[in-house]
Design a protein around this ligand. Structure first.
Ligand SMILES: [Zn+2]
Length: 326
């Protein structure tokens, strides 16, 4: 048998180098399990979060006490997420489910009933003062997104509310680790506080007229509210519907009139429209903002704090550029 496997590996190596390495590891792991015999490893509680940003927050607070799985993966758009059977299976196994709420996960109710999950569902925005939609769009939306802006995690003021809610949920799940979660949460909140103070220091003295930014969709209302930045977007609160030609034309006029130099694309969605607007207004896309998802592990925005730091840093630079033009 072994010889046959080696022969197979030899045959497939040139074409399938990568999967074969994985397969080798699996073979090894299997034998380790066999040697271990009937020793049973105690599984950690499973926390399933709706998207990557919540997944990271749970990991920061829970450390290695739970297993964390996010339904919508890094760099994926939660607005247009289409759950697959595997996601229902993940939910069915979950001991705690953490979602954003405020109408963000429009696909959640159907997925929960499909999975049969009846456990603890934690809404991380509980206690947040929600912002209303920045403005209503004249184009016809395909879905009803509710009246609130769901992107509350972009406020560093809201982050401690998310954190406290997650601590509560985790403490219900693993009560003997409650003080561990609380201590990690306190350190986490301190880091958020420091970042908020630093950003105010860098942004508050810049002229109001320079604090204008163009980006794909209305994801940064809370951030704008905290730091008095005005965000313009061709797409609305959700990424689902296309703007009308008239709406785009109005936006182009606005960008020209306000001489907006700060133009960003987002990690989750198609940047074609923003690129077109930049071209027509004689500006250039200045960079990327992480809106509704983290980046993949090992990158500049693979945690909530790194994402916020990266976004705020990019915005500060862009505002300074705006200020030079005025
Ligand atoms: Zn969004």
């Amino acid at each position: 048998m072994k010889r046959f496997l080696v022969f197979l590996l030899f045959l497939a190596t040139p074409i399938l180098a990568k999967p074969l390495v994985v397969q080798n590891v699996n073979i090894l792991e299997d034998s380790v399990k066999e040697i271990a015999g009937d020793e049973v490893e105690v599984a950690k509680p499973l926390v399933v979060t709706s998207f990557s940003i919540l997944g990271d927050m749970v990991k920061e607070i829970a450390g290695d006490k739970v297993e964390v799985k996010s339904l919508v993966e890094p760099n994926q758009d939660p607005h247009v997420f289409e759950p697959r059977p595997q996601h229902a299976k993940d939910l069915a196994r979950a001991d705690l489910v953490v979602v954003n709420g405020l109408g963000f996960e429009g696909w959640l109710d159907r997925l929960i009933s499909a999975s049969g999950f009846q456990g603890d569902l934690l809404v991380a925005t509980t206690g947040v003062t929600p912002l209303m939609h920045a403005h209503h769009h004249t184009h016809h939306a395909h879905h009803d997104h509710g009246v609130f802006d769901p992107h509350a995690w972009h406020s560093l003021k809201n982050a401690p509310i998310y954190i406290d809610n997650i601590v509560e949920g985790l403490s219900r799940l693993v009560p003997e680790e409650a003080s561990f979660f609380k201590a990690r949460a306190a350190a986490y909140k301190k880091e958020v506080e420091v970042l908020e103070a630093q950003t105010h220091e860098e942004l508050d003295h810049l002229p109001v007229e320079s604090k204008k930014v163009l980006t794909n969709h209305e994801a940064f209302g809370y951030l704008g509210h905290d730091f008095q930045i005005v965000f313009y977007s061709p797409l609305g609160i959700s990424t689902e519907s296309e703007p009308s030609a008239k709406a785009v034309a109005t936006l182009i006029d606005r960008i020209k009139k306000d001489k907006i130099q700060a133009v960003f694309v987002e990690n989750i969605s198609n940047s074609r429209l923003v690129e077109r607007i930049a071209e027509e207004t004689g500006t250039q896309v200045g960079g990327i903002l992480y809106s509704d998802a983290l980046d993949v592990p090992g990158t500049q925005a693979d945690t909530y704090l790194k994402m916020m730091r990266f976004n705020l840093n990019s915005l500060v630079k862009a505002m300074r550029k705006n200020a030079e033009v005025k």
